[in-house]
Design a protein around this ligand. Structure first.
Ligand code: ARG
Length: 394
């Protein structure tokens, strides 16, 4: 019987050389590739499809952008998703990609699943957390064979795999609708200043135009409109990436702790994410109680760690989502964000659920009897006072 494997395919060098390797070194007859469209550039998908046409036995391209936004990015916004300062792009796309690859494998009757991740990064863990929910074999040729880029390039040439010229641009890039990640080459040195050429979504902040104020509308904790026009999530995020990118909003250069413990130097671009997370967090401060806010910050942090690890089938992840969802019904209203030379700052917000009351806070109003606060003030430092007194007595 023909032995089939389904490979998560990007069209890049690693996943391309995986195809002949799977046949030669793993004794498989049939390699089926799956390109999952989570919003990488159309050109990249087209190139990957052309390559697949040449070197794989069968290819599927699956557009999951709408599902990615609804089931992964929207929950992330509600959770203010952020791991050590990283807005979680690659991390939240991997489980969905893996699920689609697995679905194809089940339909095609394949006996194995494969990915092109190395043994150093997080992606192997995120893919396999999903892959291993099935009984299929899991193959990771890159991890098994410890290959160098030079070896891969030679091997690709021998096997008729087109190799783009990579010497001048050695960056390893991963892109989806929410964020773009750039690693590798000289960027691996933490004291190397990233050259402008690595950025594609964002203009250099100092070259940004005049300040611009945009208005985001939220319902149920997720963005639904831009400047008064209702939009689906994919269009809204795409549009905000363009607007924010023009202002140089959403660049991150950071040292990140990978799951295995390795520290990595990472560069990211994510204009829409910066704008939406800034606006969402601000709106939450208007409508949630301070106790909800302080508890939710801990929940959000826990959520972000699970999302970073790709553990989206972990029951705790669902429990946290249930808590988060129950807080988000009231997170509705509008937020005005000012974009200017790399910054996105909230300048106005309003909500029918605001807990803020200008009547109560205002100095001019007398509906609060200020004398009522006296009793609270008397007890406010109570324990500290007792402590000071006992100290004197010692
Ligand atoms: N460090 C990020 C993560 O683990 C992004 C990795 C993206 N990969 C890349 N080749 N640029 O989620």
């Amino acid at each position: 019987m023909e032995k089939k494997v389904v490979l998560a395919y990007s069209g890049g060098l690693d996943t391309s050389v995986c195809i002949p390797i799977l046949k030669e070194h793993y004794d498989l007859d049939h390699v089926i590739t799956v390109i999952v469209d989570v919003g990488q550039p159309e050109e990249e998908i087209k190139n990957a499809e052309e390559k697949a046409e040449l070197i794989s036995d069968k290819n599927f391209t699956i557009d999951v952008k709408a599902e990615f936004v609804k089931d992964y990015i929207f929950p992330l916004i509600k959770a203010n998703g952020n791991y050590e300062g990283y807005v979680l792009g690659t991390a939240i796309a991997r489980p969905l990609i893996a699920k689609k690859v697995l679905e194809v494998a089940l339909v095609e009757g394949a006996g194995a699943l494969a990915h092109g991740c190395t043994g150093k990064g997080n992606d192997q863990l995120r893919f396999e957390a999903v892959f291993r929910s099935s009984n299929l074999d899991v193959l990771a040729p890159m991890r098994d064979m410890n290959l160098t880029r030079e070896w891969e390039i030679d091997y690709a040439k021998e096997h008729g795999i087109p190799v783009p010229v990579t010497k001048e641009k050695p960056w390893s890039i991963d892109e989806n609708i929410w964020s773009r990640s750039i690693e590798g080459g000289k960027l691996e040195e933490p004291d190397f200043i990233p050259p402008e050429e690595i950025f594609e979504w964002t203009r250099s902040p100092e070259n940004g135009p005049e300040a611009e104020i945009i208005e985001i509308g939220f319902e149920g904790g997720v963005p639904v409109s831009l400047n008064g026009t209702f939009m689906d999530g994919v269009s809204l995020i795409t549009e905000l990436n363009l607007i924010g990118g023009r202002h140089g909003v959403g660049r991150t250069d950071m040292i990140e702790d990978r799951v295995l413990g390795l520290k990595a130097r990472e560069n990211y671009e994510h204009p829409a994410a910066t704008i939406l997370l800034t606006a969402h967090g601000d709106l939450e401060r208007l409508v949630l109680t301070r106790r909800e806010l302080s508890f939710k910050a801990r929940v959000d942090d826990e959520w972000s760690k699970l999302a970073y690890m790709g553990l989206v089938d972990e029951p705790l992840y669902h429990d946290l989502n249930a808590f988060i969802d129950s807080t988000q019904e009231r997170v509705k209203g509008t937020v005005k964000v000012r974009l200017y030379k790399g910054s996105a700052s909230v300048v106005a917000r309003s909500s029918p659920c605001a807990l803020y009351s200008s009547d109560l806070v205002s100095f001019d109003e007398s509906c609060i009897d200020q004398k009522d606060a006296e009793g609270v003030a008397k007890y406010h430092g109570f324990q500290a006072r007792i402590y000071q007194r006992t100290k004197q007595d010692l």
